[in-house]
Design a protein around this ligand. Sequence first.
Ligand code: DX5
Ligand code: ZN
Length: 229
Amino acid sequence: MPNRPVLIAPSILAGDFAAFGAECRALEQAGADWIHVDVMDGHFVPNLTFGPQMCAALRPHIRGVMDVHLMIAPVDPYIEAFCKAGADHVTVHLESGPHIHRTLQAIRAQGKKAGLAINPGTGIEAVPNLLDLLDILCVMTVNPGFGGQTYIASQTAKIAALRQMTGPRPILIEIDGGITPATAPVAVRAGADVLVAGSSVFAMGSADRPEVYADNILRLRNAAQSIAV
Ligand code: DX5
Ligand code: ZN
């Protein structure tokens, strides 16, 4: 067993776009710890999803944490809108602009937890300069833009390096992309606290059969917790 709890954050990107409210309720009923909301702009990433209005519409359907992942650039003009839409966590990309320190300050200024996502091709040299502003470090284990991709194994070393870098600070390390019962233990062994999972949570399920989501979440949780640390 890892000596820290592992949280499961299903991504609604893999859900039914015509029924997100029901999907969020079903996921929480199925044991999700956070609901992960993937915002894409068709510019920073080659796909489009939705904006702050959708987050505001989802808010009443999520009792717990709404974990918003912004894959947009520029991001600064939209921080306030996503915070006002009810996000608990706002995660922005290190690659989203030249003034990431200012962006993280803006999230904290709204009273929200600030997250920093790092693409697979990006190094982590900037992270020590940002540690004081961070609540979450999100390691992208796929290139962002789409669900259903394969975990990029080279990112496991990055997870371990960030774990070392954060030391005793209360910063959660979140892993996003390609998480399955096979890859979850690898990420957790390297130091992951939070596993974002789309395809592997939604597989074969639907909002009116939350027991399937519950099985899928349990399988991930068991796999994550099976490791010896
Ligand atoms: C990728 C998104 C992820 C994605 C994960 O751009 O940030 O959150 O939905 O989906 P799976 O688990 O299918 O890789
Ligand atoms: Zn995401």
